[in-house]
Ligand binder design. Sequence first.
Ligand SMILES: Cc1cc2nc3c(=O)[nH]c(=O)nc-3n(C[C@H](O)[C@H](O)[C@H](O)COP(=O)(O)O)c2cc1C
Length: 221
Amino acid sequence: MELEFFRCDATNTTQKMQTDHDTLVKQDLVKTPGTVRVLVGVTGSVAAVKLPILVTELLQLSGVDVRVVTTEHAKHFYNAANVPVKIYSEKDEWEMWTQMSDPVLHIELRRWADLLVIAPLDANTLGKIANGICDNLLTCVVRAWDTSRPLLFCTAMNTFMWQHPISAQQVSRLREFGYVEIPCVSKKLACGDEGKGGMAEVSTIVSAVRQYLHKPDESSE
Ligand SMILES: Cc1cc2nc3c(=O)[nH]c(=O)nc-3n(C[C@H](O)[C@H](O)[C@H](O)COP(=O)(O)O)c2cc1C
């Protein structure tokens, strides 16, 4: 009997934690009228160290709201405590959904966002997106993306990875989808190689985003 009570209590606690989590996410993704909502995707390139400064600078644009979607590998490169907005990852997607009436996070995020900028976009996720693969929160957001909304991508990889012929093929595929390339630059890379493959400067990315800012159509979902 006591054991049964304990089990029941544990189930109630888990359900309450679930409800609290769902409520927090729903509150976080409430659309503030008149703002342009920018979703930043971040992948496992060393250039992800720039995530805190990128988010901080985007927030300085007038009327812009920002959220982040991260891959698991990207987490190695930044300290979440230095990113002043909510960062969504795989765990949130799967913790949020336990029954049919629950929201599906990658769909909620694509509904929330007016613009998606993936910075950095590493070789792995570039390949996945070019081929329609959607095996994590970020690639699901991209696969479900409303292609009438801007999607900007900033490739970042080792020079030899960049020079591999598949990079040009995959980047051109993304351009065919209507996505906007913010080209990588030549520099001395963190691995010591020198050449093309470095992510565009944060100032370049922020300027590119600024060009796409306009008051969103509030009647759209
Ligand atoms: C220290 C370190 C730095 C890396 N930098 C890059 C990079 O700049 N570009 C890239 O394409 N891959 C880079 N990688 C490899 C990716 O992290 C790896 O392909 C990973 O699977 C990417 O996963 P994701 O696309 O899900 O984030 C790096 C790996 C390590 C360990």
